[in-house]
Design a protein around this ligand. Structure first.
Ligand code: 2BA
Length: 108
């Protein structure tokens, strides 16, 4: 068994969750915050058989849209020491996905 950990943008949550539910996957949603932009993210924990991992990833990719965002007030810790406050362009949306081995799974 594998655990797919997907970090997605809050705005994509409903669409991705609907798509996963339609495909019959079980998952848990954890409210999260991006470390850089400090905006709303959701972290999905999806436990699946190894043979389903690629399908889960393609379901997420189909639904998670990527877009660019101008950050006019970058987080202070990022800008510390740089002496400038110019807007920067970052890519948001899409999904950051980790796949890890599950040593043991029990549904007690
Ligand atoms: P954030 O940390 O809020 O980052 C949002 C987006 O800002 C990133 O998108 C990236 O395009 C940009 N960004 C992040 N750090 C940057 C920096 N130091 N300089 C310039 N631009 C920067 P993604 O790479 O798609 O990441 C989306 C979210 O996924 C991240 O939100 C974070 O919550 C998570 N994430 C990404 N890589 C991760 C990792 N290696 N481990 C854990 N979480 C990760």
């Amino acid at each position: 068994m594998k655990l797919v950990i997907a970090i997605i943008h809050e705005r994509d949550k409903l669409d991705i969750c609907d798509a996963l539910t339609e495909e019959g996957y079980q998952y848990t949603v954890i409210a999260s915050t991006g470390g850089f932009l400090k905006d709303g993210k959701s972290t999905l924990l999806i436990g699946v058989d190894e043979s389903k991992v690629d399908d889960v990833i393609s379901t997420i990719k189909k639904t998670a849209s990527t877009r660019e965002q101008i950050v006019t007030q970058p987080p202070m810790d990022f800008m510390a020491g740089m002496g400038i406050m110019s807007p920067i362009k970052v890519q948001v949306g899409g999904a950051v996905i980790f796949v890890v081995n599950v040593e043991k799974f029990e549904h007690a």
